[in-house]
Design a binder for this molecule. Structure first.
Ligand code: PA5
Length: 444
């Protein structure tokens, strides 16, 4: 079971203050579980793990079976919460060099998470001559980035294989009834999966938004569901060991003491996208009403050679949350060298992970000495079960944290501002007045 360790934060988290915030966290947990707080029409994710049933898993596995051996590449089209959970899980669970390794599972590539023309062109170039399929994911069904990517990819697929095969090779994950993607999917006869109404994008990894593409990548979504279910139970308890309570309380203590930036740290590059998923979850949930911890992420030891200086010595406004992995999949030991020109013979016989762990301990000490509190979240190993646990723990801790902070953690009004300007600049019908004004302001 994933555990949270606050020992390394030591004196930065005074016991009395922690107890005060723990009580606030318990209250906030009640608010989440009872559905009595702001945004309570978006709490469907709270019980999702226990609702993942055989039917859902089998429908995902049917698509896996339908495409097995026929499809070499699956393009997952989506942005924000409609893509980051998948990317996080697939990166964490895959071989580090998956894109260059032979596999019986299709390779997963992504589209619709940017509007780069070069990316679009190079994706089509990559797909040339390949048997590919598309999973298009958009809850609203109207988000510009995935809509553009899907239009390009659908045209390409149909032009290469014809409409009939394209129909077999496109699956849409969207709202049950609303939105342009739902209308299109119904009209074209695509296989579809539903994103529940009461689950927001950034909390949707345990719906078909994440489960389907993760299954297509060859991973066991049943195990992921089991991990999430175990965490759902553990996080419902009002006990000292509840990891979501500990994490939410500790980070809010630190915020109340002026630590405005939280850096999610990993020591395993497989977890790089955990940082990206987590940043969206916490940034979009908490950053509002002029409040919120700014979520950042680093990959150590890589970034110790870039961001390490700032963290050690820059403004003292941050704390780190380390996501540590107890057990590695592999063992690699350092061999001896007769000449020892690199001076590394003192490491002979040591595992690379042992050195990594010493780097972690040394960094924790140095950063703590430098005024950066360290929290630790430890997972047993990187597998489907642990990823399920981790997803759920971070989600519920996010709901709790948002309520402690006094915001609605389940809306995202701020993301609309750039869209309005962009549509006005693109002369989208309905934006005429704004268009004139914005163009004048920009001198266009
Ligand atoms: O968390 C969110 O709500 C957002 O990040 C959305 O997931 C993102 O904007 C994509 O939206 P949609 O799935 O409607 O295309």
């Amino acid at each position: 079971m994933i555990s949270v360790n606050l020992k390394a934060a030591g004196e930065f988290i005074p016991e009395s203050l922690y107890n005060e915030f723990k009580e606030k966290a318990y209250k906030a947990l009640d608010t989440v579980l009872d559905g009595t707080g702001a945004g309570n029409d978006f709490l469907g994710w709270v019980t999702l793990p226990s609702e993942i049933d055989d039917k859902l898993i089998e429908s995902c596995n049917e698509v896996v079976a339908r495409w097995k051996g026929k499809v070499e590449v699956v393009v997952v089209v989506g942005i924000g919460g409609s893509y980051l959970g998948t990317k996080c899980a697939v990166e964490a669970l895959s071989h580090s060099f998956a894109s260059a390794m032979p596999s019986e599972n299709p390779k997963i590539v992504y589209a619709g998470h940017n509007m780069s023309e070069d990316y679009a062109a190079e994706l089509l170039e990559y797909l040339e001559g390949k048997n590919f399929a598309i999973v298009v994911i958009s809850k609203s069904g109207t988000t510009t980035e995935p809509a553009i990517a899907f239009r390009l990819l659908k045209d390409y697929l149909e032009s290469k294989f014809g409409k009939e095969i394209a129909r077999e090779r496109i699956v849409a994950v969207t709202d049950a009834a609303r939105g342009a993607l739902r209308t299109l999917a119904t009209q074209e006869g695509y296989t579809t999966f539903v994103i529940p109404d009461n689950v927001g994008g950034r909390f949707s990894v345990l719906t078909p938004v994440g489960l389907l593409p993760i299954a297509l990548a060859g991973f066991d979504i049943r195990k992921m569901a089991e991990g999430a279910q175990a965490m759902q139970k553990a996080c419902a308890e009002k006990s000292d060991g509840n990891p979501a309570i500990m994490y939410a309380a500790a980070r809010n203590v630190l915020y109340s003491l002026g630590k405005k930036i939280e850096i999610l740290v990993n020591y395993n590059p497989k977890l790089q996208y955990l940082g990206e998923w987590w940043k969206q979850l916490y940034g979009e949930s908490e950053g509002k009403d002029g409040k919120g911890i700014f979520p950042a992420s680093v990959n150590f030891s890589t970034d110790l050679h870039s961001m390490g200086q700032y963290i050690q010595d820059g403004e003292r406004t941050m704390f780190e949350t380390n996501v540590l992995v107890k057990n590695q999949k592999h063992t690699v030991t350092i061999g001896s060298d007769a000449q020892n020109l690199d001076g590394l013979n003192f490491l002979v016989g040591k595992r690379v992970e042992e050195i990594n762990q010493k780097a972690q301990l040394g960094t924790r000490l140095a950063h703590t000495d430098g005024g950066v509190p360290n929290l630790e979240i430890e997972m047993d190993r990187i597998d489907e079960y642990n990823m399920g646990e981790l997803f759920y723990m971070f989600e519920i801790a996010c709901g709790i944290s948002g309520y402690i902070l006094g915001v609605n953690p389940f809306d995202q009004p701020g993301v609309e501002a750039y869209k309005k300007n962009m549509f006005a600049l693109l002369d989208k019908p309905g934006h005429e007045a704004a268009s004139k004004e914005i163009k004048a302001r920009l001198g266009l």
